[in-house]
Design a protein around this ligand. Sequence first.
Ligand code: NAP
Ligand code: GLV
Length: 321
Amino acid sequence: MKILFYQPHSNHDTADNDAWLRGLQQALPHAELREWQPGDHAGADYAVVWRPPRELFAGRHDLRAIFNLGAGVDAILGLERDFPGTLPRDALLVRLEDTGMGQQMVEYIAHAVLRYLRRFDEYEQLQQARRWKVLEPHPRATFTVGVMGLGVLGTQVAHALAALGLPVRGFSRNAKRIEGVACSSGELHGAAFDAFLDGVKVLVNLLPHTPDTADVLNARTFSKLARGAYLVNVARGGHLVEHDLIDALAHGQIAAATLDVFREEPLPAAHPFWSEPRITITPHSAAQTLRDESIEQVAQKIASLARGEPISGIVERERGY
Ligand code: NAP
Ligand code: GLV
């Protein structure tokens, strides 16, 4: 079996790609592995990729499956949307399922939520000003966290926040049951979504980026939250209408935001978010792709497919996730 590997060198150095190739080879000793280079149109059965260029797929009608080295498949499906016919029609598109990202997401979001609950963000500002001042704590009973997206990651996050004793709501397309979490479901423009948002104090976004979810973090959504709410966006920059956040901060509807993802990454040096003290920025690092865990999962799935067995994590292209 022939396997192509690709991830952009801009994100990772060559040594990292070598380590991926070595790890995949060890896990699949009988496979012929190669790193895709421009101009490589030789046959392949599987592609293991992150943010691949369109050229990688040209004429590849032989591909059985494309393994995306992340949970979000928006970049790959975006190629198909912009240039229909890019992806081999019959190839399965498979996303990473957890592979250690759930734990990282729980840590990141619990940290952000507790930082706001205990007003550490404001104590950081007070320290800058050398001011000794005790702040009135936020009442826990109304510090409602709303988690948008109850998939592989959102479910773990909602569960962990509920275990901290916080009131937690969750929203997904299909109905879910998570212990300690008030789950609701529907589309993002319906009454159920408005009821989910109503009075939420911390809005956490863990939706996939699809045509249905693009721009969902907008002025209308913010207006439904509790006044002085907090935003934590760890999904995709394309979910957030950036000037609506700036306006909501200016008018006090949003008190502060923690953002890990941006419309343009890396976030340009001149971007106004950098100089807004109420916005906390991390460089798309909330939950990183862990090499060993990902290689193990991808290799197991390739072996299953080669034996003709079913696998999980197959993306529904029409749905976008
Ligand atoms: P997932 O398992 O596909 O879960 C997606 C969830 O969103 C599901 O609960 C789904 O509902 C819900 N959903 C999708 N479209 C919806 C809509 N239109 N209305 C309402 N709910 C909708 O995804 P995941 O593995 O949890 O990952 C979520 C996202 O996190 C990824 O797509 C990626 O963008 C982002 N991510 C970011 C980082 C980072 O480091 N910042 C790392 C990993 C992932 P159903 O369950 O009803 O289908
Ligand atoms: C990272 O952003 C991922 O989608 O895994």
